[in-house]
Ligand binder design. Structure first.
Ligand code: HAM
Length: 407
């Protein structure tokens, strides 16, 4: 019998996993640089958290959740997104005022699998809770942007919009609905079905994009406070020198958003899956979850798509490969000593021939090959620059100097 991963999921192994590890390290570093501590929430949550938090009109909740009853008869769901869980964690923590959290992990949506769209996928994300001012939006957008570029994606476009708040959005939605009713003869069945339930979503329909004519725009209907907030977000982005495109049709697929909405588009990717990430403000989410009114803003990025867009290939993370002329038992002890000194190193534990060991070293693209010839002999250190005999207690330093120079 042979097992495959369930449809829409995959095994991540080396060498691709090496590129993942690199990018995750960039994320750990970048989120710490911006002052976001780790927040980790359960992968399994009460279904109601998403029904209430993410919303009953979003496709994510209505069609894509992995929901089942546990042995205690509770309805639980594999998390389709991270924001609802993080806000829940914030509310439970008793924290007050400004609060930050960064996360990284697997998420689940029952979608039609294709390149860049899987049923289990990896997101990194950040949430900045408790701050209403546009500085928080700009900081969040900057963090995502810096991470994406640092991760090697050079073709990225930031798109922003404001989708108003519970004061100015309802009259706009009414106006949009009337407009869509008038042109519904031109629209796909899918869009017509959304006119009543979620007309905003029609604005970013890929099928109907060119058939929409000139629908009313949310940014023209913003109340004074939302308009001022949006102007400030743009002014802060300008002052940071972060380029953006205003996209009045940008809406988001989750119901909790207010005011700022944004997406990072990998312009080199196929347009069906080119959103490498997205986010926005969610000033009403905490109250929806039963907490006090608390503003918040955040984003999540799809790691699978970031890697597709960056074109990073996995490569070995070894500093050195140890080739032993004296068999594996002695190599084992030498390796232990070098690893204790911080050299990322591997060796053959099976007693294969020296020739075979060299072959493995080359396959793994180890920049340094260390040849061990016997207990009292120096190590033969081989690099692209040549070879040198180095006493064992100086090998680690030698390797590190060489590897650092390569960077
Ligand atoms: P989202 O736009 O639903 O937002 O997802 C964010 C990113 O996750 C997408 O842009 C995409 O890169 C990736 N993604 C989503 N679904 C899949 C999939 N099936 N396969 C591969 N990648 C996928 C959220 O999840 C919000 N929680 C973001 C947020 C945080 N808003 C505020 N704070």
């Amino acid at each position: 019998m042979s097992f495959k991963p369930p449809k829409g999921t995959y095994d991540l192994t080396s060498p691709q996993s090496q590129a993942w590890r690199d990018v995750l390290l960039v994320w750990e570093d970048m989120s710490a640089v911006f002052g976001y501590p780790l927040v980790a929430t359960p992968i399994l949550e009460a279904t109601e958290l998403f029904e209430r938090g993410v919303g009953g009109t979003s496709e994510v909740v209505t069609k894509q959740m992995y929901t089942f009853s546990d042995k205690g008869g509770r309805s639980v769901t594999l998390r389709p997104e991270g924001t609802a869980g993080v806000v829940r964690a914030y509310l439970n923590s008793g924290a007050q005022g400004a609060w930050k959290g960064a996360y990284s992990g697997p998420f689940f949506r029952y979608e039609r699998p294709q390149a860049g769209r899987t049923r289990q996928f990896w997101q990194v994300g950040a949430e900045y809770i408790g701050v209403e001012g546009a500085i928080a939006d700009a900081e969040i957008i900057e963090l995502g942007y810096r991470f994406i570029t640092q991760a090697g994606v050079d073709q990225v476009e930031l798109r922003i919009n404001s989708i108003g708040d519970p004061e100015c959005r309802p009259p706009y939605v009414t106006a949009l609905r009337s407009y869509l009713e008038e042109i519904k003869g031109d629209l796909s069945g899918e869009s017509v079905g959304l006119i009543e339930t979620n007309p905003l979503r029609i604005l970013d329909s890929k099928t109907d994009r060119d058939r929409l004519g000139n629908p009313p725009r949310m940014i023209d209907s913003l109340c004074a406070d939302c308009a001022a907030h949006y102007e400030q977000v743009k002014a802060f982005l300008d002052s940071l020198g972060i380029p953006y495109v205003e996209d009045p049709r940008l809406v988001r697929g989750l119901d909790y958003y207010t005011r700022t909405a944004f997406e990072y588009i990998g312009t080199g990717l196929d347009s069906a899956q080119n959103a490498v990430g997205g986010g926005g403000r969610y000033d009403g989410l905490a109250t929806t979850l039963g907490g006090p009114q608390t503003p918040g803003v955040g984003f999540a990025l799809g790691l699978d798509r970031i890697l597709l867009a960056s074109g990073l290939d996995g490569y070995t993370h070894l500093d050195a490969y140890l080739v032993s002329e004296m068999g594996p038992e002695e190599a084992f002890l030498v390796a232990s000593q070098l690893r204790a000194d911080g050299v990322r190193l591997d060796f053959d534990a099976e007693g294969r021939s020296v020739k075979a060991q060299f072959k493995t070293a080359r396959r793994l693209e180890a920049p340094v090959i260390l040849v061990y010839k016997g207990a009292d002999l120096p190590i033969d250190v081989q690099t692209a620059d040549g070879r040198a005999d180095v006493p064992i207690d100086q090998v680690a330093e030698h390797v590190m100097d060489y590897v650092l120079e390569l960077l």
